[in-house]
Design a protein around this ligand. Structure first.
Ligand code: ADP
Ligand code: ZN
Ligand code: ZN
Length: 760
């Protein structure tokens, strides 16, 4: 049936006395009308279909986060404003209409924790999981049908119909929807937002070209093994495949260069041979080309799909469809791939499972690793978490028998030992332009031997601050509590937090002296110093600045592989995963600051980072050496890295965590707030702390503290930590707390909850 009806003419003056007020103080009100005709804030449906959705959304509300739905009519206002530009009410008969209505509940990407009901026009047959185009406010949006309710809380006559079912995208499978529902509940976000985060941008567009259905998967993926597995690898593989048709989490702890990749590939081969799909997650976009190449070579017949944010919209949409249809046998991607739909997923592999980049830091703050484990559990399939430095969470899971532990204690290539790690005391061997003589000597030796070196420094730009030697003025960002970083190439001072750019001043803005000096080192400056110290050497810098262009990174890495590069300089982009046989020296510059960070995970992260970057050296039989430049050569953390003794480090760190009652022995959530005006965010957090304490005695609510970066882009930021012994205690608390906070929030304070925060 169609819901058009005879426009029996507007019946003016039949407003009831109920009025609704937009909660956001925009002073927009509207009245409701008798007989179920909505005087909506939202625009009128097309003239042929005069069905209005009753939707108490003010125009201003959909755009704003933290908006709080008016669940009940607000108190009547004395002087309501009714705009004539909004639909006039009119009367119609509803008999025989209500009974036959088909309803769908649609999740939309709006910052509200609710879904919206629509009517289904005759002929349309959306399934649960179908993408649909619906009218929403003045716009149209793509949403996903999540339910087919038999009743709606909204008066049926006020429902607007869906506009159409998106027919070139098959309905999202039930397993996928369930996963997204779990994420929404666990990470305290709206379902619509979570679904949107899982859909490639192209699929969320209302107007777009039709997509082609993916070609079916090839029958025979093929598999060629390049090495015979050594005994440890064979044992690890057996551990991974011990249970193929049940939830079976395996922690594959293998030192750098121990041949974890080979084990992954064998696991994947087993899954493909059984006609199922495999998902492999890597922490960095930069690692996808390397794995892609491996896989194409080893599975010549397989359909492989990559998924990461540097792909074109078209590629991402095609890949998503192929995964969903089962046409993609292997999906290789960064964290966003953890949310992709599959037809028949048989295994998930998470490489470098400890890596913090698996945790999304804005919007839906999910951990792709945790979601992967959860997903494997629901599907009843194996999940392999691999790392040379597993997270303490995973180590603890293995210790307690929740995960099977498989270890690869030695490097795979015969003759390749672990690199020799030593510290160089920068108080004795004073660095010149960031480089000690010991490091330079080692670099020259490698160049003479035609071996490669890697200089690791986790700070891009030329120098982290510009400093006036006459008056101590230094370049700070006016909008953030941070320094402006000097970028020489572009001749700019740049804020790495808010993106602000300024020209480099010639004279000190404060005292006028022309004695401004760059202080400290970034990758640009080290690159320059290396060019000066090592004339004729092939040097490439790899960091976010040099790899912004699509394909740039791959081009540089290809050069490294081809042996055209003697020295690589770079940030953490270079630290993990890469395998260059002729790379034998790693130099670490200025890692000390991380020794004294306030974050309880700082030492775990530094240990992992140094182990990872050290692990790039000497992987193929040529002996590797690692030089750490430091003011604290005796620091126990450096000693632990040098000893390659992860187990010892983990045992000590776990003891500390147990004593301090931090994860994995407790579960955390962080409430972050920010406000333009000083004090408002903190006041909100104080109130939140009070409310939290009144909700539960078992969940510990700390006091609000300033965020590590206290000001960012003009906002004052603060945070509040809560802690509970178990997830089962924390989750219901968070749900309740969040709804209490929503009722109290106003537009002056932006806030968000981060469940299992990585940075506190
Ligand atoms: P990881 O991921 O554990 O750091 P990789 O998987 O990159 O290590 O392997 C390191 C090197 O060892 C690679 O060059 C790989 O080709 C080689 N390798 C892996 N397995 C074997 C094996 N069984 N025999 C010989 N070499 C191997
Ligand atoms: Zn000055
Ligand atoms: Zn800034």
């Amino acid at each position: 049936m169609r819901y058009t009806h005879a426009p029996s003419g507007p019946t003016r003056g039949e407003q009831c006395q109920e009025k609704y007020l937009c909660r956001c103080d925009c002073l927009f009100t509207h009245r409701s009308f008798h007989d179920g005709f909505a005087a909506n804030f939202l625009p009128q449906a097309p003239a042929s279909e005069k069905v209005f959705q009753h939707n108490r959304l003010c125009r201003c509300a959909v755009r704003r986060t933290g908006w709080n739905r008016a669940r009940s009519p607000a108190t009547p206002l004395g002087s309501a404003v009714y705009s004539q530009s909004y639909p006039q009410p009119f009367r119609r008969s509803l008999e025989g209409f209500r009974a036959a209505v088909n309803l769908v509940r649609v999740a939309l990407d709006v910052p509200l924790d609710e879904c919206f009901d629509f009517a289904v026009p005759e002929g349309a047959e959306p399934a649960i999981g179908s993408l649909v185009v619906v009218p929403f406010g003045r716009t149209r949006r793509v949403g996903v049908v999540v339910e087919k309710p038999t009743e709606s809380g909204v008066d049926l006559a006020r429902l607007r119909p869906i506009e159409r079912v998106v027919d070139d995208v098959p309905a999202i499978p039930a397993e996928e929807l369930e996963l997204l529902q779990f994420c929404a509940a666990y990470y305290q976000r709206g379902l619509g937002e979570v679904i949107a985060a899982s859909l490639p941008p192209r699929l969320r567009q209302v107007n777009r070209r039709a997509l082609k259905a993916p070609a079916p998967a090839s029958a025979d993926p093929g598999f060629s093994s390049s090495h015979a597995l050594n005994a440890e690898q064979a044992a690890a593989l057996a551990a991974c495949l011990a249970q193929r048709e049940a939830f079976h989490p395996v922690l594959l702890h293998g030192v750098t260069g121990s041949g974890k990749t080979e084990v992954y590939l064998h696991v994947i081969a087993d899954v493909l041979a059984r006609g199922r799909q495999a998902l492999m997650l890597v922490p960095e976009i930069g690692l996808t080309p390397q794995f892609e190449a491996h896989m194409r070579e080893r599975f010549p017949g397989a359909t492989l799909v990559s998924a990461h944010s540097h792909m074109s919209e078209g590629e991402r949409a095609t890949g998503w469809l192929a995964a969903q249809a089962g046409a993609a046998q292997v999906v290789l991607g960064t964290r966003l791939a953890a949310l992709m739909p599959f037809r028949d997923l048989g295994v998930i592999i998470v490489d470098e499972e400890h890596d913090a980049s698996y945790k999304q830091q804005e919007g839906l703050r999910y951990s792709a690793r945790d979601v992967a484990v959860r997903r494997a559990q629901r599907l009843g399939i194996p999940v392999v978490l691999g790392s040379a430095t597993p997270s303490l969470e995973s180590v603890s899971n293995a210790r307690e028998g929740r995960y099977t532990l498989a270890t690869l204690p030695a490097r795979a290539v015969s003759g390749a030992g672990m690199p020799a790690v030593r510290t160089v005391d920068t108080r004795a061997d004073l660095p010149h332009e960031g480089l000690t003589s010991a490091l330079l000597k080692a670099l020259r030796e490698r160049i003479a031997r035609k071996e490669q070196s890697l200089i690791f420094l986790n700070r891009r730009g030329f120098s982290p601050v510009l400093f006036c030697r006459a008056c101590t003025w230094h370049s700070t960002c006016p909008r953030c509590s941070s320094n402006l970083v000097l970028h020489r190439g572009e001749a700019r001072l740049r804020c790495h937090h808010c993106g602000r750019q300024e020209r480099i001043p010639v004279k000190c803005p404060s005292c006028g002296t022309e004695d401004l000096a760059p202080v400290g080192h970034g990758t640009q400056r080290i690159e320059e110093a290396l060019r000066e110290a090592l004339p004729g050497a092939g040097i490439v810098r790899i960091d976010r600045d040099t790899t912004a262009r699509k394909g740039a990174l791959k081009g540089m890495l290809d050069k490294v592989r081809a042996g055209e590069v003697d020295v690589l300089v770079g940030t953490q982009m270079l630290a993990k995963g890469h395998d260059y046989p002729r790379l034998t020296l790693v130099g670490v510059i200025e890692a000390d600051s991380a020794l004294f960070s306030a974050d309880f995970r700082a030492s775990e992260r530094l240990f992992a980072q140094l182990t990872q970057v050290s692990g790039r050296a000497g992987r193929a039989g040529l002996p590797g050496e690692v030089i750490i430049q430091t003011d604290f050569p005796g620091h126990p953390l450096y000693a632990a890295v040098a000893a390659h003794d992860f187990d010892r480090f983990a045992a000590d760190a776990l003891d500390d965590r147990r004593i301090a009652n931090f994860p994995p022995f407790a579960h955390l959530a962080l409430l972050r707030a920010e406000s333009k005006k000083t004090g408002e965010g903190v006041a909100f957090l104080r109130e939140a702390a009070r409310v939290g304490r009144s909700l539960s005695t078992e969940v510990e609510v700390f006091d609000p503290v300033p965020a590590p970066l206290e000001r960012k882009a003009g906002f004052e930021r603060s945070q509040l930590l809560v802690r509970a012994g178990t997830r089962a205690l924390l989750q219901p608390f968070l749900r309740q707390w969040r709804s209490e906070l929503e009722a109290r929030s106003d537009r002056r304070v932006r806030w968000s909850l981060d469940v299992d925060p990585q940075e506190v």
